[in-house]
Design a protein around this ligand. Structure first.
Ligand SMILES: CC(C)(COP(=O)(O)OP(=O)(O)OC[C@H]1O[C@@H](n2cnc3c(N)ncnc32)[C@H](O)[C@@H]1OP(=O)(O)O)[C@@H](O)C(=O)NCCC(=O)NCCS
Length: 175
């Protein structure tokens, strides 16, 4: 990524506590207006295999993370919004929660985590990418737009609030 000194890697089971700590410290300090918090059990279950979490590290410190979920075949798969055929539902991925330590913001870490998640998802055979973003979250919107996503639904009610839904289809294996 553009900022030398920031390393991005896939987190492993056992690192859920770090993710939860960064999330709850940031929320407590008032730097996460548009973020719906999760319990540590959510990050544990993702790291145990329901998805992937990418971490951004400076030296050994976690300064950002981003969750990749595989949407599965249930009704909560956003594929219906853009007519993804049902036989392709297992190729749908959700760019879920992302958080960057306030001290490290504005260095391109969220952007790097968007591309890193898409590359990781492509490696699992995914082709369709969604993200849910608060309408006033201009930073996230700007980064998703730069990565080629576009809004396909506005003000949708999802379990974590009212969100705009962003989407891109990758027609090749290269992100
Ligand atoms: C949103 C968040 C992840 C961004 O992280 P980040 O690493 O600082 O983001 P980046 O450095 O990759 O990019 C920030 C971009 O927003 C732009 N930006 C900054 N302030 C902005 C504003 N008020 N309006 C529009 N764009 C803005 C920056 O210029 C930058 O774009 P650029 O690279 O073209 O200059 C971080 O602010 C955060 O953790 N927020 C709280 C949790 C959250 O909202 N998570 C996302 C949920 S979808």
């Amino acid at each position: 990524m553009q900022d030398a000194g920031v390393d991005i890697r896939v987190l492993v089971p056992g690192e859920a506590g770090k993710v939860h700590r960064l999330m709850s410290d940031t929320i407590t300090s008032g730097y996460a207006d548009f973020y719906s918090p999760s319990d540590v059990s959510y990050y544990e279950s993702v790291l145990d295999g329901t998805g992937v979490i990418l971490g951004a590290f400076v030296q050994d410190n976690l300064v950002g993370y981003a969750v990749l979920e595989f949407s599965g075949i249930g009704d909560d798969n956003f594929g219906y919004l853009v007519d993804v055929p049902k036989h392709e539902y297992l190729r749908v991925a959700l760019l879920a929660g992302c958080m960057v330590d306030p001290v490290y913001r504005g260095r391109g870490i969220q952007s790097a985590l968007i591309y890193a998640r898409m590359r990781e998802a492509v490696a699992y055979g995914c082709r369709y990418f969604f993200a849910t973003v608060h309408a006033q979250n201009e930073r996230s919107a700007s980064n998703l737009q730069k990565a080629g996503l576009r809004v396909v639904a506005k003000d949708l009610q999802v379990p974590w609030g009212t969100r705009d839904i962003w989407f891109i289809e990758h027609k090749s294996d290269v992100v």
